[in-house]
Design a protein around this ligand. Structure first.
Ligand code: SAH
Length: 348
């Protein structure tokens, strides 16, 4: 694969441009085009044609193509299905909040973690995304909608801490003042609990919000729905979380998908409260999204309320996540699943 210019920060781009024998100021022009979401050298009209040809030969920005776009009719949520240069399919979801636009991006094409309730677990893992491919999701949507996204959640397809180096590179590039310019405080990264990655992240001095997908406070039950728990159990995970909190001074968010009859009893709530007591944290209860072909069902509204009350009484900060884009299947991995499955059927 050719060098992807979007993987470079402005300093690296300058070095690259001068190494090809062109003046350094051209790098700034190119960077500006890239940040506008322009993926074709031909469109870079203030760059001399001869230079465009050299760039074309040596590098690439042909990153994402919008394959499908689904606009919600009930809120401003818009889901994008992207096709990468090599044909891999990923998805991103744009959400509109009072404070502005937020995007949920994918970090891998597929996922190796195998969480039983997640749509991404059914489709074979293709590969990890490069830093540039993560950035391109934001830039493409900015251009397509003519907006400036202000918040990022790395909560789409993939396990970000299973693609550690590229995710860190992406996080460092996203803060570039002349680029996307989104500060770390407006970024969340969600992990199913890759413990070594949490310790590493704590050392990076990147003050993003860390979200942990917890989903069950009992080890044996968590292992059944989240295989990662067999490698790093809850004690190890929460120890890593505590260490992260001490090191970063940041509150951690625990994601808890409410699955009927699986993890939504009062015993679960009590045990969760006991485990989290005294921690600088917040719990986000997510009414589970039904995934086609899976038997898991969403908890009843009353169970969610009761669960939430038990946590509150224990002094744990808790919210129930508002659902966006329900009419467009905006939940994690579902559209990609549909796409990949259709393609597989068609090619059979
Ligand atoms: N791999 C990372 C990020 C991607 S998943 C992680 O596990 O955190 C993003 C979030 O969606 C996780 O909290 C995940 O557990 C949750 N999730 C996956 N499938 C879901 C479903 N069907 N309903 C509700 N939440 C789901």
């Amino acid at each position: 694969m050719k060098l992807n210019l979007l993987d470079l920060n402005p300093t690296e781009l300058k070095e690259y441009v001068t190494s090809l024998g062109f003046p350094a100021f051209r790098a700034k022009q190119i960077y500006e085009w890239l940040m506008k979401g322009v993926w074709s050298f031909n469109e870079m009209t203030n760059v001399p044609v001869a230079m465009r040809d050299v760039l074309e030969e040596n590098s690439s920005v042909g990153l994402l193509k919008i394959r499908q776009k689904l606009q919600s009719e009930i809120d401003d949520t818009c889901k994008y299905i992207f096709c990468l240069e090599d044909g891999c399919i990923i998805e991103s979801v744009l959400m509109k909040y009072k404070y502005g636009y937020s995007i949920c991006i994918s970090s891998q094409a597929g996922c190796r973690m195998g969480c039983k309730f997640c749509a991404s677990s059914d489709i074979p893992f293709s590969r990890s995304l490069s830093a540039g491919e993560m950035l391109a999701q934001i830039l493409t949507v900015n251009r397509d909608k003519n907006i400036k996204i202000g918040h990022i959640v790395i909560m789409g397809i993939g396990e970000p801490l299973d693609n550690y180096e590229n995710v860190i590179k992406f996080l460092r590039n996203v803060g570039e003042p002349l680029g996307v310019n989104i500060s770390y405080r407006k970024i969340s990264l969600s992990t199913c609990g890759v413990v070594p990655g949490i310790y590493r992240l704590a050392e990076e001095n990147i003050p993003i919000t860390l979200s942990i997908s917890l989903h069950n406070p009992f080890d044996d039950q968590r292992s059944l729905i989240m295989p990662i728990n067999r490698k790093y159990n809850l004690d190890k995970l929460l120890e890593a979380c505590n260490s992260y909190i001490v090191k970063s001074g940041r509150r951690i968010t625990f994601e808890y998908a409410m699955i009927s009859g699986v993890n939504d009893s009062s015993e679960h709530a009590e045990k969760l409260s006991a485990r989290l007591r005294g921690m600088l944290c917040h719990v986000n209860l997510i009414p589970m999204n039904k995934v086609s072909g899976k038997s898991f069902e969403r908890s009843h509204k009353r169970s969610i309320e009761q669960f939430s009350q038990i946590l509150e009484k224990s002094g744990i900060s808790v919210t129930v996540r508002r659902e966006l884009g329900r009419d467009i299947n905006a939940a994690c991995g579902q559209l990609r699943k549909q796409h990949v499955e259709t393609e597989t059927t068609e090619s059979n």
